[in-house]
Design a binder for this molecule. Structure first.
Ligand code: FMN
Length: 675
């Protein structure tokens, strides 16, 4: 299977075992020397799983380039010993690994930041200092030294980070490069830094060492480069000694999503294809490629020579091995949620993965075979229950999973109804297959009672029964125009043209996006339509690849509101919340904070906002204002002492405050691993 993806790639001085790259991810483990053992274990599992080439998270060539104070470095001979643990682990598993050199420039979250010019970025508090001529020379030397040390540490090459708006991208674009010396002005001058760095690295490391360059093909910001400029830079990089051209899309400050789940699969592959037709060296496709079929297809149709997948390797270390064995249905697919990876990285926490809590915790969360198999009942086949059941069974326990519904998935069945969240269906597919593989006895369509559980001879009962929707005590809450989000998303209740949504948490936003979807448009959204909505020019004929977005008439008038006075959506994910806010704003959704709900009647919803009474005339009011745990299966206080099974409670049943699949899956796995 997947002959294009799994074919080796001969680089002349080195052969890669296949075309799969595990893309660069800063996990947080590289910043402290005592975490390199964990980092090595993380990469070892991925190399053992068959990936051809791994790229580490970004390592700064000097202190000015730190993303965070005291971030990961490779500046001193003393750092080499830590990095050797990583390269040794990967090589022992037959893999290859590059170290990414990333200088943050003005994105650094620290006061030493430097850039091409002293233009502050809209997303960071520190104004950069423009590098002097001597500072530029020192920076080039730092890159070369960093690459030389990487070679000494056993890396097979380095990747130079040139995209996503970091230092080299800042030099490359007129947006941030206002210099009038030989490092600014024409594209020849703006690319001089990147090219000099590559030349000096090549001199420092010799010919038998991979230099990959991550090139920004679409900047997706005003003042970004045009396609002609992008190609010019690529030609110069090729001549300067780059071995492989990787690709990047969008600066961090871009207001176009490039990696969240609503970005269609392989959305940018055609752009890589355009570059591939311009150069002779291998080109890599990247971003939102998460299954072997798409990855193979990209290479088969000539859009790339290799495919980079980053988050998919958090989700499943065995991705390549499973694909190669024709077992793609067993892959734990990246759903692009960012909740446990990028959101963690940007809050200075260790990265992990919502669908795979073992990611970056390989030595701490271990699914080891048990020596005393227990008889375990899991009640509820949502994310928490599925996780607990499959991990417990994998460890060798005898597991029965109960759910009153006819199918597994719980709240994920609801989430996958939301336009742009189609990927959630993959998690259900993964767990369904895993239930079969681990031999869990699945009993669907029956509501198990506490008596039956007590009489069933179980050693453990894991209550993962989730939540029920909370209806707030508003006058008229029983009015026929009032619906819960379950009525809408699960039971498909008809909804009118003017709608008020009460509760602006994750579910309120989801319901908004669901109601704004035009049923005439297919889902998942085809790439061209998605690009039109966000104003992306995939032909890249304009500066930065931006054009005016298509403005379609919204299919409904929505009012989204909350009691809290804070900004709506403040609690959404750090790296995805803005996408949801932008989508609703674009569709003319009226957002109201600090709302008091007075009553609901035939006229609509009566509220007080800013001390003023208002009638919001709507056909329906949809309640997304929280939920309560369903725990009736738990024994009464004190009843546990009389022998019988040990009861546990996980997921929404344990805490319903905010529906949180990340916590649910992690709790399920952690509990099952220590049974
Ligand atoms: N890209 C880099 O070039 N350097 C980094 O240090 C880096 N850190 C990342 C950290 C996390 C937790 C994540 C999720 C992504 C990071 N990226 C970084 C971006 C990825 O390389 C990749 O472009 C992005 O995740 C989209 O690809 P994917 O859909 O295959 O994950």
């Amino acid at each position: 299977p997947y002959p294009h993806l799994l074919a080796p790639l001969d680089l002349g001085f080195m052969t890669l075992r296949n075309r799969v790259i595990m893309g660069s991810m800063h996990t947080g483990l590289e910043d402290r020397f005592y975490n390199y053992g964990k980092l090595a274990a993380f990469y070892r599992e991925r190399a053992r799983g068959g990936v051809g080439l791994i790229v580490t998270g970004g390592i700064s060539p000097n202190r000015q380039g730190w993303l965070l104070p005291f971030g990961g470095t490779l500046n001193f001979a003393g750092d080499v010993i830590n990095h050797r643990r990583v390269t040794k682990a990967v090589h022992e598993e037959g893999g290859k690994i590059l170290m990414q050199i990333l200088h943050s420039g003005r994105y650094g979250y620290q006061p030493l930041v430097v850039s091409a010019s002293n233009v502050k970025s809209p997303i960071s508090p520190f104004k950069p200092r423009a590098l002097s001529e001597a500072g530029i020379e020192a920076t080039i030397r730092d890159y070369a030294r960093c690459a030389r040390l990487a070679k000494r540490a056993g890396y097979d090459g380095i990747e130079v980070m040139g995209s996503e708006g970091y230092l080299l991208n800042q030099f490359l674009c007129a947006r941030t490069n206002l210099r009038q010396d030989r490092w600014g002005g024409s594209i020849e001058n703006r690319m001089r830094l990147a090219i000099e760095i590559i030349k000096r690295i090549r001199l420092a490391v010799g010919t038998d060492f991979i230099i990959m360059y991550r090139h920004s093909l679409l900047d997706l910001v005003e003042g970004g480069n045009t396609w002609d400029e992008v190609v010019k830079v690529a030609h110069a990089l090729e001549s300067a000694g780059v071995t492989i051209l990787n690709t990047g899309y969008g600066w961090h400050e871009a207001r176009v999503p490039t990696i969240v789940t609503s970005v269609p699969r392989a959305a940018f592959a055609s752009v890589a294809g355009r570059l591939r037709r311009e150069v002779k060296i291998p080109v890599v496709a990247s971003n939102r490629i998460n299954m072997p079929f798409e990855a193979n297809d990209i290479i088969a149709r000539g859009d790339a020579d290799m495919v980079s997948m980053a988050r998919p390797f958090l989700a499943d270390a065995q991705f390549v091995a499973k694909a190669a064995a024709g077992r793609a249905d067993e892959i734990n697919t990246c759903i692009g949620c960012n909740q446990a990876c990028l959101d963690h990285t940007f809050s200075n926490k260790r990265a992990s993965c919502l669908v795979n809590p073992r990611a970056c915790h390989e030595t701490e969360l271990v699914y080891a075979p048990t020596r005393r198999a227990r008889k375990v009942a899991v009640v509820g086949a949502g994310p928490a229950g599925l996780s607990a059941a499959t991990v417990a069974a994998e460890c060798g326990h005898a597991v029965t999973l109960f759910d009153s519904s006819d199918t597994v998935g719980g709240q994920f069945k609801i989430a996958m109804q939301i336009p742009g969240k189609e990927e959630f269906a993959e998690t259900i597919r993964y767990f369904s297959r895993k239930l079969e593989l681990t031999g869990v006895t699945v009993r669907l369509g029956e509501r198990i009672t506490r008596e039956a559980l007590l009489a069933g001879g179980f050693d453990d009962v894991i209550v993962a029964t989730g939540i029920k929707v909370r209806m707030p005590p508003i006058e008229g809450i029983k009015h026929p125009k009032v619906l819960s989000y379950i009525d809408v998303l699960q039971n498909k209740a008809p909804v009118g043209k003017r709608v008020a949504i009460i509760g602006a948490g994750g579910i309120g936003f989801d319901v908004g996006e669901y109601l704004l979807h035009n049923p005439a448009h297919p889902l998942p959204l085809p790439v061209a339509e998605w690009a039109g909505e966000w104003g992306v020019d995939l032909e890249a004929t304009t500066s930065g690849g931006l054009v005016a977005p298509h403005a379609a008439e919204p299919v409904r008038q929505l009012f989204l509101m909350q009691r809290k006075a804070s900004k709506l959506g403040a609690g959404l994910g750090k790296t995805s919340g803005w996408v949801h806010r932008a989508t609703l704003s674009r569709n003319g959704v009226v957002m109201l904070a600090g709302v008091t709900y007075n009553k609901i009647d035939d006229h609509g919803l009566h509220v007080t906002v800013n001390g003023e009474e208002r009638l919001i005339a709507v056909d329906n009011v949809i309640i997304c204002a929280g939920q309560d745990s369903l725990t009736e299966l738990m024994p009464e206080e004190g009843a546990a002492a009389q022998g019988g099974p040990v009861f546990h409670k996980i997921g929404g049943a344990a805490l319903a405050a905010e529906l949180d699949a990340k916590r649910a899956i992690k709790e399920g796995a952690e509990l099952a691993a220590r049974l």
